[in-house]
Design a protein around this ligand. Structure first.
Ligand code: AP5
Length: 212
């Protein structure tokens, strides 16, 4: 069983890497952002409550996120382990996670902030199959539509310049302190998240193998 957390600022490439790693290791990718966006789309009471926080780029209250995460962790596919992307986001969430499902490794994505704004404002994704594109580094073959199913691509409501600024501020203030938290616990393995997705995947593989 392997339980991995990917930690890093918005746009660092956590989701991109988590999807590939999940396939390679045969364990699910659990993204609290995706779970919350699903709840928003489905207009569940939790989704309706989370929506305003997410649009503004602020953290959704801990109790709501914990509820959605607990439900996901109760599903049988997490038996062999999981890759957690987007949780924990603050020390209270890290303590909660230690209680419900202690993790084995925390990989942090090191990347200069300047790169992130460009990556996020250029991101587009397919609402049908979830494929993530980037207008400058990974554009679709036909502008505006998904290569796999020709669905119109969407921009996330929190990928506006203003919400991105807020998200980066929230990361610095609330999430970055977790680096020290996990370092002290001996769980942290930082990787350089600049370069191509393939280069980052190789560093991620190395970081996981060298600590096993
Ligand atoms: P969440 O969905 O977790 O978003 P995030 O952490 O801000 O991270 P992103 O998904 O934006 O970035 P990423 O690192 O996954 O980058 P990606 O691989 O897509 O959270 C959204 C919101 O939900 C939060 O703001 C909050 O409101 C709420 N929330 C979620 N979890 C919460 C929690 N635990 N507590 C409270 N609230 C919570 O890549 C980005 C772009 O760059 C893509 O276009 C991609 O194609 C491109 N790209 C990726 N890698 C590379 C590369 N190596 N080179 C060039 N381009 C690349």
């Amino acid at each position: 069983m392997v339980r991995i957390v990917l930690l890093g600022p918005p746009g660092a490439g956590k989701g991109t890497q988590a999807k590939q790693l999940a396939k390679r290791l045969g364990i699910p990718h659990l993204s609290t952002g995706d779970l919350l966006r699903e709840a928003v789309r489905a207009k569940t009471p939790l989704g309706l409550e989370a929506d305003d926080y997410m649009r503004a780029g602020r953290l959704v209250p801990d109790d709501l996120v914990l509820r959605i995460l607990r439900e996901r962790l109760a599903r049988p596919d997490v038996g062999p382990g999981f890759i957690l992307d987007g949780y924990p986001r603050n020390v209270a969430q890290a303590n909660e996670l230690a209680r419900i499902s202690p993790v084995d490794r925390v990989i942090s994505f090191d990347i200069p902030e300047g790169v992130l704004v460009e990556r996020l404002t250029m991101r587009r994704s397919c609402p049908a199959c979830g494929t993530v594109y980037n207008l400058s580094t990974r554009p679709p073959q036909t502008a505006g539509v998904c290569d796999n199913d020709q669905t119109a691509l969407l921009q996330r409501s929190d990928d506006t310049a203003e919400a991105v600024r807020t998200r980066l501020g929230v990361y610095r203030a609330e999430t970055a302190p977790l680096l020290e938290h996990f370092r002290r616990l001996g769980l942290l393995a930082p990787i350089d998240a600049t370069g191509t997705p393939e280069q980052v995947a190789e560093r991620l593989r190395w970081a996981l193998e060298s600590r096993s």
